[in-house]
Design a protein. Structure first.
Length: 484
C-alpha cells in the first residue's frame, strides 16, 4: 500500500482541490502528463450534503450522503472518463475517501445526487445506513480528548459528524464495495480522510479486502492500491502516526511545518543538510509529504503557520526544496483563491463550479490559483524526474541561509534565503555545458529566457542568486542544457 504506481518517468502528486472531472481530464492531457506529474488527488467523488445555508462551503464535500458518484465535480460517467484519460496520459488518480463518518445535523438534508436523510435518526437511505451502523452510545470528541483518550477520538464524532462503526461487517462491506468500484474504474489509490478517528484494526481489514489495481488501466498485475492515511500528529497526542504506518503511508504534517518555518526565515537553511527522519519525520517510504493542504492553508485541521500561495516567494522555495530533495512522496496543493476560510470554489449562482481558464503564460484565471502551473513549481517536477532515485551529494552551505546540493550527476539546485547575494563557484556535479536555470526561465530556441549557467569540465559553475531576484532558487539538470 506504499507504492503510488506512478508511470515511469513521472513523479509528484497534485491535489486539484474542488476541480471538475472534465477539467481534470483536460489538465492531464494538456499539462500534467506532458510535464511529468505522477498523479492527482481529487476531491471526494461520492455524493455529499448540499449546504446552501453556508453558501455551498468547500467542506460540504466532507459530509457524505451516499456512495453514488455524483458531486459538483461530475457524475459517474465523467469520473470514469477522467480516470481513463488521465491514466492514458500517464497520470494516476487518487480519490479522497471519506469513510469515517456521514453528515452532521444540518437542517438541510438533500445530497448532490438527490438522496435524502434523517440525520437525527441516523438514517441514510442512499446507502442505506441506519442507527445500528454507527458508534453507540453517542458522544462528540472534545478538544481535550486528543491528548488523553484514543478510544474517544475513535468512537465519538469528529465535529458532530455521524460516526460509522467500521467494526461491523455491514459497514465494512459498504465501504469496501465503494472503494472497489473506484479501483475497478482505474484509480491508483486513496487518501483516507480522518484515519486517526478509525481503529487501525478495522482499517487493516478494509484494506485487505480491496481489489488489486486494474491491469486494463496499465497497472502491473498484483498491484495494491497506494494508501495514505490522514493522521495529524505533531506529537503529544493519544493517537500516534506509528499506529498506522504498519498498514500504509501516512500524511507527514511535521514536514510542511518545519520547511515553512525554515523558508520563512525562522530556522537557518543550513540545518536542512540532515533533512529527513533525523528531524523527527517518518521513514521515507511511510511519508506522504506536502507544504500546505486544503485544511491548514485556511486554518482548519493542524492550522496556522504554514506557507501558502499567499506568501509566494517563500512558498515556491519551500516547494522547490520539497521537490528537489529525495525524502518522502511529495504532494502539491492547487488552490482556488480565498479570503473567507469557509468559502467554496468559484461557482455561479446555481452553485455550479466555474472551470479554471488558462492564460497564455500557463497560469490560471477565474479565481483559480493553480500553483502547479507556476513555472518554478512544475519545472521542479521535471527536475525530480531527471534526478530519479539518486541521493543528495555535494551539499554546500555558507553557514547560514545559502545552500546547494546535487542529485547524483543529474541535477543541481541552490537556494538563497539570506539578505545578501549568493555569488559562488560551486560544484554542480553536471557534465560540462551551458544549462538554463529552470526557475528564472526556460530553454527556448537554443537559448535561455532566464539565467544561463556554464558548467566547466571540473563540474564547477558560477552560481548567483541575489536577494532582489524574483525567486530565491536556481535549478539546472541534465535535460535543461541550452543546446542538445
Ligand atoms: C463542518 C463545520 C463544523 C460542523 C460540522 C458538522 O465546520 O462546525 O460541526 O461540519 O456539521 C472539514 C472541515 C470541517 C467541517 C467538515 C465537515 O474542516 O470544519 O465541519 O469538513 O463538513 C481534525 C481531524 C482531521 C480533520 C480536521 C479538520 O483529526 O481528520 O479535524 N481533517 C479532515 C479533512 C477536513 C474535514 C474532515 C476531516 C472531516 O481534511 O477537511 O473537515 O471529513 C488537533 C488534532 C487534529 C484535529 C485538529 C482539529 O490538531 O490533532 O487531529 O484535526 O485538532 O480539531 C495545533 C496542534 C494540532 C491540533 C491543532 C488544532 O496545531 O498541534 O495537533 O492545533 O487544535
Amino acid at each position: 500500500y506504499k507504492n503510488p504506481y506512478y508511470a515511469s518517468g513521472h513523479s509528484a502528486m497534485v491535489h486539484l482541490f474542488e476541480w471538475k472531472w472534465d477539467d481534470i481530464a483536460d489538465e492531464c492531457e494538456r499539462f500534467l502528463g506532458p510535464k511529468g506529474f505522477g498523479g492527482v488527488q481529487i476531491s471526494p467523488p461520492n455524493e455529499n450534503l448540499v449546504i446552501w445555508g453556508k453558501n455551498r462551503p468547500w467542506w460540504e464535500r466532507y459530509q457524505p450522503m451516499s456512495y453514488k458518484l455524483v458531486t459538483r465535480s461530475g457524475n459517474e460517467q465523467q469520473f470514469a472518463d477522467m480516470v481513463r484519460r488521465c491514466n492514458n496520459a500517464g497520470v494516476r488518480i487518487y480519490p479522497d475517501a471519506i469513510i469515517n463518518h456521514m453528515t452532521g445535523n444540518d437542517p438541510e438534508n438533500v445530497g448532490t445526487g438527490g438522496s435524502t436523510g434523517d440525520f437525527h435518526n441516523w438514517q441514510y437511505p442512499g446507502v442505506p445506513y441506519g442507527r445500528n451502523d454507527f458508534n453507540w452510545p453517542h458522544c462528540v470528541i472534545g478538544g481535550n480528548d486528543y491528548a488523553c483518550c484514543a478510544d474517544r477520538v475513535r468512537n465519538c464524532e469528529l465535529a458532530g459528524l455521524k460516526d460509522l462503526n467500521q467494526g461491523t461487517e455491514y459497514v465494512r462491506d459498504q465501504i469496501v464495495n465503494y472503494m472497489n468500484r473506484l479501483i475497478d474504474l482505474g484509480v491508483a489509490g486513496f487518501r483516507i480522510d480522518a484515519a486517526k478517528h478509525m481503529w487501525p484494526g478495522d482499517l487493516s481489514v478494509i484494506y485487505s479486502r480491496l481489489h488489486n489495481l486494474n491491469t486494463a488501466h496499465g497497472f502491473p498485475s498484483g498491484s495494491r492500491p497506494y494508501i495514505y492515511q490522514e493522521v495529524i500528529d505533531l506529537g503529544g497526542e493519544a493517537v500516534r502516526r506509528e499506529e498506522y504506518t504498519s498498514l500504509a503511508a501516512v500524511t507527514e504534517f511535521k514536514f510542511g511545518l518545519e520547511l515553512s518555518n525554515a523558508f520563512k526565515g525562522n530556522n537557518q537553511l543550513k540545518w536542512l543538510s540532515t533533512w529527513g527522519p533525523a528531524w523527527g519525520l517518518l521513514p521515507h517510504e511511510d511519508a506522504l509529504t506536502f507544504i500546505d493542504n486544503h485544511d491548514n492553508q485556511r486554518g482548519h485541521g493542524a492550522g496556522g503557520n504554514i506557507l501558502t500561495y499567499k506568501q509566494a516567494k517563500q512558498y515556491k522555495a519551500a516547494i522547490a526544496f520539497m521537490l528537489a530533495h529525495p525524502y518522502g512522496e511529495p504532494q502539491l496543493m492547487s488552490s482556488f483563491d480565498f479570503w473567507d476560510t469557509e468559502a467554496g470554489p468559484p461557482m455561479d449562482h446555481h452553485g455550479n463550479i466555474i472551470s479554471p481558464s488558462i492564460n497564455s503564460d500557463n497560469t490560471c484565471g477565474n479565481g483559480w490559483i493553480c500553483e502547479h502551473r507556476w513555472r518554478p513549481i512544475y519545472q521542479m517536477v521535471g527536475f525530480r524526474n531527471a534526478a530519479g532515485n539518486t541521493g543528495v551529494n555535494d551539499w554546500w552551505d555558507n553557514g547560514s541561509n545559502q545552500i546547494a546540493f546535487c542529485r547524483g550527476g543529474n541535477a543541481f539546485v541552490a537556494f538563497n534565503g539570506d539578505s545578501w547575494a549568493l555569488n559562488e563557484s560551486l560544484q554542480t556535479c553536471l557534465p560540462a555545458g551551458t544549462y538554463c536555470d529552470v526557475i528564472s526561465g526556460e530553454k527556448s530556441h537554443h537559448s535561455c529566457t532566464g539565467k544561463a549557467v556554464t558548467v566547466g569540465h571540473d563540474g564547477r559553475a558560477h552560481i548567483s542568486i541575489s536577494p532582489g531576484d524574483f525567486d530565491m532558487v536556481l535549478a539546472i539538470y541534465v535535460g535543461s542544457e541550452s543546446r542538445l
